[in-house]
Design a protein around this ligand. Structure first.
Ligand SMILES: Cc1ncc(C[n+]2csc(CCOP(=O)(O)OP(=O)(O)O)c2C)c(N)n1
Ligand SMILES: [Mg+2]
Length: 332
């Protein structure tokens, strides 16, 4: 019995998408630890299935908004890897001209409408994007990714209400990784039931295994079709886990004696649910590809990441006199 009805090409595309994020961030982590990278980095390792699964079902015209932890959203939506690495290295060739760093990334050419560090900050902007699409009778949907911590900001509820009222072509994707910085969700919420918020606002509401990329792809496709047709907005709650720390690059999986406040056993349990290993196993069991084909694919991804790293290292920094560009309006 195959694990999935999806075509092999689609499974391989999801696999490549997750691997690109994983290897990109593992390379980046080396740069962070070596202090080559000076911008704070919130790594997405462990959560790749969410970005990959949801973005696979979007078109270039669909708009995606991210968070402080958005390297994965940017890459999965088709953002240029060289430009992302260069941005995080503070280089002029970066996707934000080297002025933004890890948390201010954007590539409107591919529909990555922007990420920024204020928790819940992009949620109302995404409402505006979806409202504009509705008024202009565009066919696009808007997707906004955010963490479980963002649900504690009042603006989340205001945005949900407005989207629900207007049936905006908007999909709220909450990545519930159980933690907001160092606080567990059980210490912050009376109920661990974020997806049910959708029911209060007359939306579609789904909770999905956030480490199962195929389930996310299927949930995303359904949500997109409902939101695009004007049926209603949708909230998807993806239950997942970040395998690295809140910020920075320490790899608790390699150094099991050191952890943040999280329990080593908890980390171990989630490591065993690694979304990439899980899809790999399914692909092999379903004979959608051979071990050798997957190896070749991974080598290609590693070469792409190495090239992006070289590109970032060799690119120039912006000039000091250019720092105020994009901050103040140009003088006449
Ligand atoms: C408005 C606001 N308050 C506090 C912070 C500090 N802060 C940065 S990330 C973060 C945790 C966010 O948790 P969550 O939304 O679950 O995302 P995750 O880090 O788990 O991906 C906090 C509190 C902030 N950036 N913005
Ligand atoms: Mg969180």
């Amino acid at each position: 019995m195959p694990h999935s009805d999806l075509q092999p090409e689609l499974l391989l595309s999801l696999y490549r998408s997750m691997l690109r994020i994983r290897h990109f961030e593992e390379k980046l982590a080396e740069g962070v630890l070596a202090k080559e990278v000076r911008t704070p980095c919130h790594l997405y390792v462990g959560q790749e299935a969410v970005a990959a699964g949801i973005c696979e079902g979007l078109t270039k015209e669909d708009r995606v908004f991210g968070t402080h932890r958005s390297h994965g959203h940017y890459l999965a939506k088709g953002g240029d890897m060289n430009a992302l690495m260069a941005e995080i290295y503070g280089k002029k060739t970066g996707c934000s001209g080297g002025h933004g760093g890890s948390m201010h990334i954007i590539d409107t050419e591919v529909g990555f409408a922007g990420a920024q560090p204020l928790v819940a900050g992009t949620i109302p902007v995404a409402v505006g994007s979806a409202l504009a699409a509705q008024i202009r009778e565009e066919d696009s949907v808007t997707v906004v990714f955010f963490g479980d911590g963002a649900v504690e900001e009042g603006v989340f509820h205001e945005a949900m209400n407005f989207a629900g009222l207007r049936k905006l072509p908007l999909i709220f994707v909450c990545e519930n990784n159980l933690y907001s910085s160092h606080l567990h969700i059980d210490e912050r919420r009376a109920m661990n039931n974020i997806y049910e918020t959708g029911k209060l606002f007359n939306m579609g509401a789904m909770r999905v295994d956030g480490n199962d990329v195929v389930a996310l792809y299927e949930a995303g496709r359904r949500a997109v079709s409902e939101a695009r047709s004007g049926q209603h907005s949708v909230i998807i709650e993806a239950m997942t886990y970040r395998l690295r720390g809140h910020v920075g690059a320490i790899d608790y999986l390699k150094d099991q004696d050191v952890t943040d406040i999280r329990d080593v056993n908890e980390l171990g349990e989630w490591r065993d649910r690694d979304p990439i290993q899980r899809l790999k196993k399914e692909i092999l069991e379903d004979e959608a590809a051979t071990e050798e084909e997957l190896h070749t694919l991974e080598e290609e991804v590693l070469a792409e990441v190495e090239a992006a790293h070289r590109f970032a290292q060799e690119s120039p920094f912006p000039k000091a006199e250019e720092f105020a560009e994009f901050v103040y309006p140009a003088k006449n």
